[in-house]
Ligand binder design. Sequence first.
Ligand code: ADP
Ligand code: MG
Length: 657
Amino acid sequence: MNVVAPAAPLIELTDVRRRYGGGDQPEVEVLRGVSLSIHAGEFVAIVGASGSGKSTLMNLLGCLDRPTSGRYRFNGEDVAGFDADQLAWLRREAFGFVFQGYHLIAAESARENVEVPAIYAGLSRQDRAERATALLARLGLADKLENRPSQLSGGQQQRVSIARALMNGGRIILADEPTGALDTKSGTEVMALLNELADAGHTIVLITHDREVAAQARRVIEIRDGQIVADSGRREAGGQAQPAAVPSVHAAAGEGGVRRALWAELAEAARSAWRGMRMNRARTGLTLLGIVIGVASVIVMMGVGEGAKQRVVDQMGAMGTTIMYLGGAHVGSGGPPGEITDGDLEAIAALPEIGYVMPVIGDPTPVRQGNVERQVYVFAASEDMPAVHHWKVAQGRYYTEAEDRDLAALVVLGHKAHQQFFPDTPNPLGRILLIGNAPFEVVGVMAERGADSGAQNYDDMVFIPYQAGRARVYRVQTQPDYTVISAASVEQVQAAEKAMHALLLARHGREDFRIGNAAAKLQAEAQTRNTMTMMLGLIAAVSLVVGGIGVMNVMLMTVRERTREIGIRIATGARQRDILRQFLTEAVLVTLVGGLAGLAIGLAVGAVLIASGVPVIFSLTAMGGAFACSVATGLVFGYMPARRAAGLDPVVALASE
Ligand code: ADP
Ligand code: MG
C-alpha cells in the first residue's frame, strides 16, 4: 500500500491532452496541455466559456474518459495503470457526479435514484433505503422520496442528484454546471449546499461558465481553448472539517471490490428488469408471445406425438409385437387359391425363428341357447388364443391342448356373448350352447376386451377348439381361414417372415400364399410416429428460436432507449459486468416469464385435447426441455444486446438523448 505524504495532491494532472477525431475525421485537440493539482478538501471552480473544454476535463477527472496523452495521478497513483474495474471502483467510492442535466433515471423514484451507487457498492437493500432517505431528508426532500424525476422541479432534481453523489461518501464531488439549468433561487440553494459540503470536508470541483458562480468557490481556475490561463491558487484549509481520506484503490478494488452476494445482485437486476417489463407492457407482451407460443407448441406437439406413438404401442401390446398372418392366395395365372396344409404348419412350427402357430377358422354361425338364437362369429383356434391376443380368461378356464387334440366339444364365451346367451346366469360354466347343431359345454368366459381396434368385436364371439371346430362345425373346410404365427422374439420378426416365406416357396413351388406381417407394420408405424414427433418438436423448437430473435430485437431496442441510463449507472460506479448482468437478467426474465406462461398454456391446450379425445401424453422431459430452452434462449439472444450495453462509452452514453 502506498504511503502518501500529506502534502501530496489528491488529483494531479500533468500536461494532459485530449484529442478527438483522427483517422478520416478532422482531429481536434480539446485539452491542450493541462497541468493542475487539487488537494483534498479544496473547493475549486473551473470557469471558462462554452466550448473551452470544461466538460472534457471533468470527464477525465472523473475517470469516465482517458487522456490522449499526459499523466493523471490520483492519490499519487497513475490512473493510466488502472483497469476497468479499478476505474469503476474510483467512480463508485471516490467520486460523485452532479450534472447540468441532472441525469436521473426517469423510471425510478427519487429514493431509488439516490440508491443506485450503493447498489454497486454492495450495500444491503435496507441500509440503502435508510441512507438514501436520510440524505434526501437532509437536502429537504423528505416528502418527495417516491416521486419520479418528472414529478420534481429542476432544483429538486438537482438536489436528488447531489444526494446521489453523496450516497457512497462523495469524497470528491464533480459538478458540471450544476446551476446551469436552474432559476436563480434554486441555483443559490444548490451553491449553498455545495459550500456546506465543502465545509464538511468534501473536495469539490465545480465547473461553470458563470464567473459569479465561480466566485463562490475558494479557488478559481480559468480555462480557455483547452488551456489553463489563470489559477487563483490554493487557499489553506477553508473548511473546519478534516478532509475525508480517500482509500487506496488497491485496498479494495484490487481484490475485486466489495464482495456482494450474487443472489442479492440478481434480485436487484430482476427487480429493475421487472419494472422495465411492467412499464412497457404491450411490448413485453408481444415479445413474450413468441416464447409462449414456442414453449406451448413444443409441449403440445411433443405430447400429441407421444400420445400417437403410445396408441401404436398399445396396439402392439394388444395384438402382439411378433404376430404374422398366413393364408392361401390366388396366383396370377388363375385357378384355385393355394392351400396351407397341416404339413405346412408343422414344418413352419419347426423353424427356430417361429414361436407358436395357431390356425384359425372363424365364420358367423347360428348359435342357440334355450330360445335365444343368434348369428355369432365362432372362432375355432388352438389353446394358444389367449396368449396370442394377450387376453385373459375372467371366469372358468380355457381349453387345453389335449382337449383340442381329443376333439372336445368345449366353448369359451366372449364377455358380451355371455350376456346375450345367459343374461340371468352369472355363472354359465357347465351350461350347453348349440353351435351349428352340435352341443358345446361352456368352460370359461373371457375378460372384457372393450372397443378394440379392428372391425370385429371380440367380445361378441365364442371360442372353440380348432379340431372340434373342424369336426363338428366347419366340416366342409379343408384348411384354416388363416393362421396366426408368432416370431420367437420381437427382434426376429423379419427373419421369421423370411424363413417362413422360403420354406413355403420350397414346399409349394410357387407363391400361392400370403404373409401379412402385422408386427413389422406396427413397428414401421411406431417408427413413423417417432419421426413425426421429432419433426413436430423441431418445428416447435424453430418457433422458440424465432421467439428468441424477438427477445434480442427488443433487448437491442431497450439498450438503445436506455443508453443514457447505462451512462448514469457507469458514472455512478457500475462495472461492465454489472451492466452485462443486468441486461442479461432482463432478457432471461422475459423468457422465463414466457416459458412459464407457455408451460401453462401448453398444459391447458393439452388438457382440452385430452378432453376431446385426442391422446396426449405430457412428457416431463419435453416440458423441462422446452422451459430450459426458453431460458437458454434468453441467455443466448440476450447476450449480444447486453454486451453492447456493457461496452458503451459512458461519455457518449451520457450525452445521448
Ligand atoms: P465545455 O464543457 O467547456 O462547453 P466541452 O468540453 O464539452 O466544452 O467541449 C469542448 C470542445 O470539444 C467543443 O468544441 C466540442 O465541440 C469538442 N468536443 C467535445 N466532445 C467531442 C467529441 N466526442 N468529438 C469531437 N469534438 C468534441
Ligand atoms: Mg460543458
